[in-house]
Ligand binder design. Structure first.
Ligand SMILES: [Cu+2]
Length: 140
């Protein structure tokens, strides 16, 4: 092989190796079970109150309510939270991003965030947000 051809073949081999690694990484992500993050509610606060997750992969949130009263976990941007501050839905169970966790129970919800951003999760039952039932979710 002439030096130029050998160099081209070498670059092609590197490119193919890179593609193979990328395929392996991607298939590894898709076949794995969703990332699980536990959020414990205690004394009307979320623990943790700051979470970072990647976009584009399913994340299962396991929300454990250790309080003897019901709570909510509603995740979304500022506009969504503002709508819920004046909302009238008593119970949430139709959307994965809006769940009600009855007293002393655990609920799971799986969400795939489609783009990076900073969201909040808030309990919009009367006075819970003012009391501090607020968390921040960063999607990278
Ligand atoms: Cu609450």
């Amino acid at each position: 092989m002439r030096p130029v051809a050998r160099r081209a073949a070498g670059l092609l081999a590197i490119a193919l190796l890179g593609a193979a690694v990328l395929v392996a990484v991607l298939s590894g992500t898709s076949s794995a079970s969703p990332m699980r993050i536990q959020i414990t509610i205690h004394y009307s606060h979320y623990d943790p109150s700051r979470i970072t997750v990647p976009h584009g992969v399913p994340v299962t949130f396991v929300v454990v309510n250790t309080d003897p009263i019901d709570h909510e976990w509603i995740v979304g941007d500022a506009a969504l939270q503002q709508r819920h501050r004046t909302g009238t839905e008593p119970v949430h169970n139709a959307r994965p991003t809006e769940i009600t966790i009855p007293a002393l129970t655990t609920r799971e919800t799986t969400i795939t965030f489609d783009k990076p951003g900073v969201l909040q999760y808030i309990c919009h039952l009367p006075r819970h947000e003012e009391y501090g039932m607020v968390g921040w979710l960063t999607v990278t």
